[in-house]
Design a binder for this molecule. Structure first.
Ligand code: FE2
Ligand code: FE2
Length: 358
């Protein structure tokens, strides 16, 4: 046995694949994952990664008595446009919002590659207790690398970026994609926010902040991917309901380990003590909770304040319909009313609670 216990894994193990009978090939590009003898899709790099995460979670709960960190489900606001609104726009020949959403998803998935470049200071330098046999100890020993490969592809193998582009091109028959979409995403990116825990030092806070942000993005993405599957599987609005929806289904099944390893590592920090640069101590839970709270506020603001305005503007500028107000009336009638949890009530735009729902 190469390891003393099944809480420690080599990087090669974390990255290793289940054997597959047939590879997933999309538009001539060999993608990650494949199909077993029964034709069932098998996610990449899950042979050891999935049981490893489960073992670390069990160990965390057994040793700390604390639950796993969770992004509260009540913070996941409905997407604008929702499923009914997106289908309505497609039926009315307004395709740009859907083309743009799918392109943005593909680009943001591609950004996932950045996680492998995230510097991780030596754990002993900022965590008081032992971290042997944890998800934390495997971040730089396979977990970040597996995540990066899943999202952005690796060597000649396509990943989620390529799979989303293929789903978009199949469902919407190779739409024209404006290069401005990429530029707009870059322009929206803000610099580093002010430090919440300057005493931890910038590299430690950056690591924690990055993991918290990616966890929040992954949780919100799970809802978005379900949204995409519902739309792209509808033959009334999708030109390739089977192929496009299958691709999204495969992607969704690949995502589960991302949420799980991140919440496990953040839970392990929550259960430990962080060491400041000047030798003081901060409960890990305080730092993790505060960073999650800030991240969720930023994401919610984007979704319930900025996103609806952007979508409306895009409809207004791209729809070729005789009566735009009539189009908006139909669109608004399909909105999902949603009120943020009380703790985020200050984020609700003035129209929230009205018929528009945003
Ligand atoms: Fe992904
Ligand atoms: Fe992911």
């Amino acid at each position: 046995m190469p390891h003393e216990s099944r809480l420690s894994f080599s990087e090669a193990e974390i990255l290793s694949n289940h054997p597959v009978k047939e590879r997933l090939v999309v538009k001539g590009v060999k993608c990650h994952g494949g199909f077993d003898a029964d034709g069932k899709y098998v996610s990449p790099r899950t042979l050891w990664r999935v049981p490893a995460i489960k073992a670390w979670q069990e160990q965390h709960i057994a040793t700390s008595g604390m639950p796993l960190v969770e992004i509260p489900a009540d913070t996941v606001s409905p997407r604008v446009p929702n499923v009914a609104q997106a289908k309505y726009l497609l039926r009315m020949g307004v395709r740009e919002p859907m083309v743009r959403s799918l392109t943005e998803i593909a680009i943001i998935e591609g950004f996932g590659a950045q996680i492998r470049d995230l510097p991780v200071p030596p754990l002993k330098s900022f965590i008081k207790e032992d971290t042997g046999g944890t998800a934390l100890a495997h971040l730089t020993a396979g977990l970040f690398e597996a995540h990066a490969r899943d999202e952005a592809g690796w060597t000649e193998e396509g990943g989620h970026r390529q799979m989303w582009e293929a789903a978009r091109d199949a469902a919407l028959s190779n739409p024209e994609v404006s290069p401005e979409i990429f530029a707009a995403i870059i322009a929206r990116r803000t610099g580093e926010p002010p430090a919440m825990f300057p005493e931890l030092g910038a590299p430690v806070e950056r690591l924690l902040r990055f993991m918290v942000n990616v966890l929040a993005i992954e949780v919100f993405a799970a809802a978005t991917f379900q949204w995409a599957e519902e739309i792209l599987s509808d033959p009334e609005v999708s030109d390739a309901p089977k192929q496009a929806a299958d691709l999204v289904r495969f992607i969704r099944s690949d995502e589960a380990p991302h949420v799980e390893y991140l919440r496990t590592a953040l839970s392990e920090i929550s259960a430990r003590t962080l060491l400041t640069e000047d030798g003081k101590e901060i409960p890990g839970k305080r730092a993790v909770d505060a960073l999650i709270e800030r991240s969720l506020r930023a994401m919610l603001r984007q979704r319930i304040v900025d996103q609806p305005v952007m979508v409306r503007e895009m409809i207004r500028t791209t729809a070729k319909v005789p009566d735009i107000e009539d189009l908006f009336a139909g669109f608004d009638a399909l909105a999902t009313p949603w009120t943020p949890p009380t703790r985020y009530a200050d984020l609700a735009p003035a129209t929230a609670g009205g018929a528009q729902g945003y």
